[in-house]
Design a protein around this ligand. Sequence first.
Ligand code: IVH
Length: 672
Amino acid sequence: MTSTEDPAARAGELRRLLDYHARRYYVEDDPEIGDDEYDALYNELRDLEAAHPELTTPDSPTQRVGGQPVERLEKVRHLQPMLSLANVRSAEELRAWVARMRAHLAREGIADAQFRFVCEPKIDGLAISLLYRNGVFERGATRGDGEVGEDVTHNLRTIAQIPLVVDGAPPLLEVRGEVYMSLPDFAALNERLAAEGRSTFMNPRNTAAGTIRQLDPALAAGRPLSMLAYAIGTVEGLELTGQWEALAWLREHGFHVNSEIVALEDEEAVVAQCLEWEQRRGGLEFEIDGVVVKVSDFELQRRLGAAGRDPRWAVAWKFPPTTAKTRLLAIHWNVGKFGDLHPFAELEPVHVGGVTVKLATLHNEEDLARKDLRPGDEVIVLRAGDVIPQVVSPAPHAVENPDREPPPRPPERCPVCDTPTVKPAGSVFTNCPNTACAGRQWQLLRHFVSRGAMDIDGLGETLVGTLLNQGLVRNAADLYALGEDQLLELEGFGEISARNLIAAIDASRERPFHRVLFAIGIEEVGGVTARNLASQFRSLDRLLAATPAEIEQTPGVGPKMAEAIAAQLADPVLLELIERIRAAGLRLEEDGPPPGDGPLAELTFVLTGTLPTLTREQASERILTAGGRVTSTVSKKTDYLLAGDSPGSKLAKAERLGVAVLDEAAFLALLE
Ligand code: IVH
């Protein structure tokens, strides 16, 4: 402990001491020394490393802060996929899950399996993977899509609960867990930001997710993140028998593991545990949105395997969505792509399910009438998971108020263009009939450039609005005539951004015909119908020349829909747009194999459930490129139902109609 001592030995000793005390403080929540003493040790090490830079190691506690910013987040492929979880929402669903596992194992020759369940609070943060080689933290990544995530090592290093070195670790160890911001830390951060006159964060989850993806680790170091380890991923050189043992190993080796986690043998005890946490969810230090229930035994886990992305041996018990009471200030109306007026609610801002809600959808007029919502009412707002907030009903006492406003009525004039509105027979929407309405144009153009349509990078809804308002474009065809010089006159555009946007617009000329057909905005023509129309007619000209009866031959298109499509394709405004995008060089012909060719020629498929390896998109793509067709509803015209796990009502209907049912393996065989 004196200066005569070998500096290298002292540095090593200081690192061990600091790691030990950091663990007592951050991981075990049981500090042995005071902050001053810790700081003294830390400063001694920092000074020693400054005097002998060669003694600084990447795993030194001094290296948690002040790392170099990275230029971008590199993609990393996970050693094994990071799976997701199927949900259960009630005791019955949990029991059904256990019964399904029993049945599955019985088929595997394991009768009367005895389960040990590990119940873990499901923290609402983000999943990460930490890779240790020979006990040294090497790389940390976000979950991403489960296969490929982003390298966020620089930020994870700043989290005190993530050990930089693990004594007694096997040569290769991957630890998985949740990074989150605790509620007290979140409140303190927002207080600090508010005091500094800066804008505050909406909720802990988004703050954690945003922080972890920063390029500069100094930012992450300034925001208090926590981490709880919940699993061991890929590992070499360590034999463990189950989840419970893995958690114990992690805890013993310096990882922060939730002390609430319990192991239970009986499924009714699991139900009771889930209900108890549901009751206590508001009193915890972190936000939880459910409970993860896992079968502990690794051998049973292996036997059970996975269905698609979800392991069969684990489920998430999801808590019911959160509700809150607030005042309905006003009802406004939005104009949709085809002139439909959609009501939405302006609310007195209210905190619900982790976010502040000011606006909520009201779906349509009937829904509004059924709920009997009036401006000024106190209302119940619901936010379920990540879905758009909804107004459920007036608060019970609100309906008794004698001074209540009269029921709201749809506007007599379009709120955007002031054209008198109409109410088409059989529609739940009042309609603005003006095809040139700026509200409609904005929605149409927004749709045209969106991901599933022409996918024009860098052209978001705000910019779409600006282009329309400045008179630079009136419709989609005008985009292809835009020049860099015109963009340069807009606020926020420089030469590079203008060039990039023009390049992105140019690139969209290469989108296949079915995407163009979807993008131009024909009522009732969604992504799947656009594909089917494209493969049926092969070119826009042939579709334009088709009669309603011919259009009806397309899979998934009924008589009414065929009439509606034909009527729109005769509309002069749409025809003018089509001629102009033709002149702009967009693709108006299909270049895949014509129907009648390929192994699935003339065959119609419906997809349902989760397939073991293919996503729905991939399966549809395979069917279409093999000359087959995809529709969304099972009928007598359906040749095959391609069914995965949790198939739902489509399977029952197919069985009733005698439609052949394929699993993925049989489907792949058919393709060959
Ligand atoms: S296990 C079986 N355990 O939930 C593999 N996940 O839907 C699935 N999560 O993205 C992960 N707490 O972010 C597991 N104790 C826990 C968890 C947990 C939260 C999150 C995780 C993942 C999602 C799975």
